[in-house]
Design a protein around this ligand. Structure first.
Ligand code: AYL
Length: 523
């Protein structure tokens, strides 16, 4: 049984993201602030943003960047991030956005795998950027900084060009972005999202969560992640709203920025809800401006969400999605505060969903648990250069198998109840177990390893490694954790270690994660 969205379909124009967002001009919003740097208060109007985008496109074209070329963005949220992102797309090229916390090794993997020709970063990230570029075979000239740094061209140099921008030749079906996601299994892969995918998701979100020119949106979640990219950055530009950027999460600064800029719309991942519900400092700020908080990227505890709503006197909603869906597929609509906050609300317009019993492969109906499979105009075309992973995720009918287990009511309200994929989510960030297992195996004293997600005392999901030592070798838990921590981004750290005699495996050699999970005390 296919469950269709209760909302009428929306029409998706066959245009590039640039045409969709910029082509009509901005009417009476031309001189209004499109972006404000939350820290300094410096702002960029819609007209200025448009001007920068065109200049950046022209300068990139001068440097030989054009259709099919990939440009990597490795930087925290600032108004410049937005200008560079759209400048790359306006140059007919493709953005691959990298996690700001990446180590050189992680960034090098993404640069090489995506075939990036250029890396745009900031001076404080140059150490890691240069090391990664060297590993990936990019030369020094291929690194541009958004601020100024000796020895590298800067964004100001690009903006100084007198060249005309190239003709806009990309079409709706061309690739726009390559964010990285591990999907249901294995290591991080390039998710191929087209212009149409990104345009579609903006239009699909609109009937459930509207933004207007009066809306001020806080962008503290990173633009490099699809949640920030679509829901904060592009939805903001589309709504002619003002987006206030923050480069990283710091509770006091977060509260100050909301209160100072009178922000009405705050998008968060669940750990921020914990702080908002419990931290004393929250009472020191006037947060009466907040109208709606939307939580996504990991399960929100409904009681916690209600505590935030009561304390701040605002609505709290939950959305669900996946990088591979551009990303939003489900959301509690803004005008339905009656909907259970444990749920992720309705399927967005143009979405078709089915729930499939992971054991039997049979479709199940309302009230029963099944793997959520989704089809719609926002679904990726596949993983970059990886037909096996694509075939394992997108079925012949075009349904994406999410690896999440859900239930649905007769009214079409979905609740995510479990996850059948390997993926661990730490504070909303992806931690692919396969990557940690491969890293652990590079330790000379480790014979075998398996990683699963467990819940810590605060209920946060954390990676736990089961480690088999080489015969006669000795290693402490702390040594294992330190070995991993030195080599990967902080959110991927192994936070619990247990030594075991053998990793349980199937006859074909696959790690039996459910056997490892069964050993854990139930939360
Ligand atoms: P990725 N409840 C439970 N699990 C969730 C939820 C949720 N509300 N949202 C995301 N996940 C998990 O690619 C789930 O396992 O995208 C899903 O397959 O980093 C995985 O996270 C996808 O991780 C929104 C709502 C953006 C969600 C998003 C998704 C971004 C995370 C905007 O409003």
């Amino acid at each position: 049984m296919t469950i269709r969205s209760p909302y009428p379909d929306v029409e998706i124009p066959e245009v590039s993201l640039f045409e969709f967002l910029f082509a009509d001009g901005f009417g009476d919003r031309t001189d209004a602030p499109a972006l404000i740097d939350g820290g300094s208060g410096a702002s960029i109007s819609f007209a200025q943003l448009h001007g920068m985008v065109v200049k950046i496109a022209a300068a990139l074209a001068e440097r030989g960047i054009g259709a099919g070329d990939v440009v990597a963005l490795f930087a925290p949220n600032t108004p410049y991030w937005v200008a560079v992102f759209h400048g790359v797309l306006r140059a007919n090229a493709i953005v691959t956005s990298a996690n700001s916390l990446y180590t050189p090794g992680e960034l090098a993997h993404q640069l090489a795998d995506s075939g990036a020709k250029l890396l745009i970063t900031i001076a404080p990230f140059l150490d890691r950027a240069v090391a990664a570029a060297e590993q990936a075979g990019l030369t020094g000239d291929a690194i541009i900084t958004m601020d100024k740094a000796e020895g590298h061209p800067a964004l100001a140099d690009l903006l100084a060009t007198t060249a005309e921008p190239p003709a806009l030749t990309v079409t709706a079906t061309d690739t726009a972005v390559l964010p990285y996601s591990s999907g249901t299994t294995g290591k991080a892969k390039g998710v191929v999202l087209t212009h149409r995918n990104l345009v579609a998701n903006l239009l699909q979100i609109q009937p459930l969560i509207q933004v207007s020119p009066e809306t001020k949106i806080l962008a503290v979640l990173p633009f490099f992640h699809i949640y920030g990219m679509t829901v904060m950055m592009n939805q903001g530009v589309h709504g002619r709203s003002t987006v206030i950027t923050m480069p990283k999460f710091d509770l006091v600064e977060f509260l100050r920025v909301i209160s100072t800029h009178r922000i009405q719309r705050v998008y968060i991942a669940p750990p921020v809800a914990v702080a908002l519900a419990k931290h004393q400092v929250v009472d020191s700020y006037d947060l009466s401006c907040i109208e709606v908080i939307v939580s996504g990227a990991a399960p929100l505890d409904a009681e916690l969400g209600r505590a935030v709503a009561r304390r701040l006197g605002c609505r709290v909603l939950q959305g669900y999605g996946m990088t591979e869906m551009s990303p939003v597929s489900h959301c509690i609509p803004d005008d339905r505060p009656d909907i259970d906050l444990n749920s992720v609300g309705f399927a967005l317009p143009n979405m078709e969903c089915k729930l499939v019993d992971p054991g039997t492969g049979k479709e199940v109906g309302p009230g029963e648990r099944g793997e959520l499979c989704c089809r719609g105009p926002n679904i990726m075309t596949g993983y970059l250069n990886n037909p096996e992973a694509t075939a394992a995720t997108l079925d012949a009918d075009g349904f994406l198998h999410t690896g999440d287990v859900a239930t649905v009511t007769d009214d079409g309200v979905f609740t995510i109840v479990d996850r059948v994929k390997e993926l661990i989510k730490y504070k909303g960030y992806q931690v692919p177990p396969a990557e940690l297992e491969a890293l652990l195996l590079t330790h000379e004293k480790i014979a075998d390893a398996a990683v699963i997600g467990v819940h810590d005392a605060e209920g946060e999901e954390v990676p736990k490694a089961f480690v088999v030592l080489q015969p006669g070798a000795a290693l402490t838990e702390d040594e294992v954790m330190a070995f991993v921590a030195e080599r990967i981004a902080p959110h991927k750290k192994v936070r619990v270690v247990e030594f075991i005699d053998a990793v349980p495996k199937s006859a074909s050699g696959k790690i039996l994660r459910k056997d490892l999970r069964a050993r854990e005390p139930q939360a």
